[in-house]
Design a protein around this ligand. Structure first.
Ligand SMILES: Cc1cc2nc3c(=O)[nH]c(=O)nc-3n(C[C@H](O)[C@H](O)[C@H](O)COP(=O)(O)OP(=O)(O)OC[C@H]3O[C@@H](n4cnc5c(N)ncnc54)[C@H](O)[C@@H]3O)c2cc1C
Length: 396
């Protein structure tokens, strides 16, 4: 099948690229991705690829490609932030993961995951336009014959599409232009992330593979990447009076992190100090209110543009992958009737994504609670069923 509808995707992040690949695989070959960056690829940091993402990668025929970068994560734990003692330890073999969740968890370098999608996208016919920063979007009425959407870019280009999928992230220009929405607000959480060479932290015990070290108002976690050659770390501190941006380009000195983690276990401090050049990335985590609808005429939101959530369930990208897989299935189910597909997509996705949106902020507060019993809770507590969602087969 080759559907003729001309679909524009704004943003080549994980959400936009997954949508682009999934649509092409379902017979939508008139898809163009517009990205502001001059080259694709994500910055140096890791990402939790939960079973929900693995199921989508498998459905797109990309699981082997993901596996070539990272083996399954099979041990997970919570350690005491000062003594390093195990508070919670879970071992889930590959067989157990397949039996209980349908798929394994992996931890991937974001650039590797992005590469998997990039390699799967057929860019023939100039289907990927880099250096295209969307400045303004306008559209014709939905019932206008030969109507469409005009995308105006800062490089002077204007492109016409039948419909647009907006995957332009937290600071979405599309959301700001077409939806009734407030600007992003600071959640009170600061996050720092670093990537260190495993050789620079000799003797590090990497079991459990994923280890969290929560304390009141703070949290540290680390997991291996690239088959244990690198260690990804992330630190959080609740600092409601702090200021700053949510950006993938904001670098800081690790001394800023150590100011907050000075009483943490020496192993934690050793990892942070091993960050190349003594530098790491810093975010002031921002969010927006959940929306009641992601559709405005011929335009639909996907991923962080629709539901920019805090990372405390490690589910932001997971939701973007799920949105993309489900939206492509909706386009196919409605044989390119975009109005029906948008309605079907919203019905299938909005409640679930908004649930994670709200719950992930609550989860951050529980994980960093003053009460040690809260901090020792299994991160999936109360949400277990939600982690077995399969976007490739769920009813739409
Ligand atoms: C510290 C931190 C840790 C996280 N950890 C995890 C994790 O472990 N697991 C997980 O599932 N999620 C995690 N997330 C969330 C995850 O990163 C996001 O939810 C995910 O990247 C969203 O993908 P997206 O494609 O919707 O948006 P983005 O990744 O933000 O991509 C948006 C794309 O649009 C482009 N763009 C933006 N504006 C324009 C414009 N005007 N014109 C053209 N292009 C534009 C951008 O350059 C970018 O390529 C984390 C987030 C943070 C901040």
């Amino acid at each position: 099948m080759n559907y003729g509808i001309n679909i524009g995707i704004v943003g080549a992040g994980l959400g936009g690229m997954t949508a682009a690949v999934a649509l092409q695989q379902r017979g939508f070959h008139n898809v163009t991705v517009f990205e502001q960056a001059s080259q694709l690829g994500e910055i140096g940091a890791g990402i939790t690829v939960g079973p929900n993402i693995t199921l989508i990668l498998a459905g797109l025929g990309l699981e082997d490609a993901a596996e070539s970068f990272a083996s399954a994560t099979t041990t997970f734990g919570t350690n005491h932030y000062q003594t390093g003692e195990r508070i919670l330890f879970t071992e889930r073999s590959i067989e157990q993961a397949l039996a209980t969740q349908g798929a394994v968890v992996r931890h991937l370098h974001r650039a590797d995951l992005h590469k998997v999608l990039e390699n799967a996208f057929n860019t023939e016919g100039n289907a990927l336009r880099l250096n295209h920063t969307l400045k303004h979007i306008e559209q014709d009425a939905v019932d206008q014959e030969d109507g469409g959407v005009s995308l105006h870019f800062t490089n002077g280009a204007t492109e016409r599409c039948d419909v647009v999928i907006a995957c332009d992230g937290l600071k979405s220009v599309v959301r700001d232009t077409l939806f009734d929405t407030q600007p992003p607000t600071f959640t009170g959480f600061l996050t720092w992330r670093g990537l260190v060479e495993a050789d620079d932290v000799p003797g590090l015990d990497v079991v459990p593979h994923f280890a969290g070290y929560p304390s009141e108002g703070r949290m540290f976690a680390r997991y291996p990447l690239r088959r244990f050659r690198q260690i990804n770390w992330v630190a959080n501190a609740y600092q409601p009076d702090a200021t700053g941006e949510e950006s993938w380009n904001d670098w800081t000195d690790v001394s800023e992190v150590l100011e907050h983690m000075g009483d943490y276990h020496p192993e934690v401090q050793r990892i942070i100090k091993a960050s190349p050049g003594g530098r790491c990335l810093r975010w002031a985590l921002h969010s927006r209110q959940p929306l009641d609808s992601w559709t405005a005429g011929r335009v639909v939101l996907l991923g962080d543009a629709a539901h920019p959530m805090t990372p405390f369930y490690g589910m932001g990208a997971g939701m973007a992958f799920e949105d993309a897989a489900v939206l492509a299935r909706c386009f196919e189910a409605d044989t390119g009737d975009w109005q029906a597909a948008f309605a079907r997509y919203e019905k299938a996705r909005l409640a679930r994504a908004n649930k994670f949106h709200v719950k992930s902020l609550e989860r951050g507060k529980t994980y960093m609670s003053a009460n040690p019993a809260d901090r020792a809770k299994d991160p999936t507590d109360g949400m277990k069923r939600e982690f077995t969602y399969n976007a490739m087969t769920v009813e739409i």
